[in-house]
Write a protein that binds this ligand. Sequence first.
Ligand code: HEC
Length: 194
Amino acid sequence: MKTRHFVLAGLTLALLAACAATPNNAPQASQMEDARATVNQVVQTLGGELKTALKEVGPAGAISVCQEKAPQIAAAVSEQKGVKLRRVTFKSRNPKSVPDAWETRVLQDFEQRLAKGETAASLEYGEVVQDGGTKTFRYMKGLVMQEVCMSCHGTRETISDGVKAKLAELYPNDQATGYLPNMLRGAVSLKKPM
Ligand code: HEC
């Protein structure tokens, strides 16, 4: 009896070790294409809203648009496509944007790839993982700083006093400033149970 238990335990351990050692569970090309299209839709819709708001009400006024529109757009597209979407970053403005362990690794990888000269548009990564016991497709697409982002995520010089005051009021723990163009601002993170 005892030996059988040992054998079973040994087998379980071997299996666990094998799973842990399994390299990158590559997703299918169609999964990557769908995720890319979904994320691009969100990024483009939000970018459009942002540009319109900046033109019509200026950066201080556009803050609330960004605050309300970003989650609305993400929620609408998430529902339409049956996925979960959110934005993540190492320096968050919205405290909900803190990355989990998987997202942290991918963000670090994006930073390295960007430093090696990869283009902003090519920063994406997808993997099939076990997420709390559910086989899940995860995907991330990098968001890189552009000139248009500088009025709200840039330096002391590029952020106006009005924007600084509004940000201090809405986000007392804001860390999302001090960026320069072409730095990694964060990523859109997508999850889809399989
Ligand atoms: C008008 C001001 C404004 C501009 C311009 C702006 N943002 Fe933001 N950004 C915000 C606000 C406000 C939030 C917090 C939104 C929230 O409450 O979820 C935010 C949040 C984010 C987040 C989520 C992570 C976090 O810090 O919470 C990312 C990623 C992001 N912005 C990227 C960008 C990029 C890339 C650009 C340029 C294309 C940009 N932003 C331009 C105001 C702005």
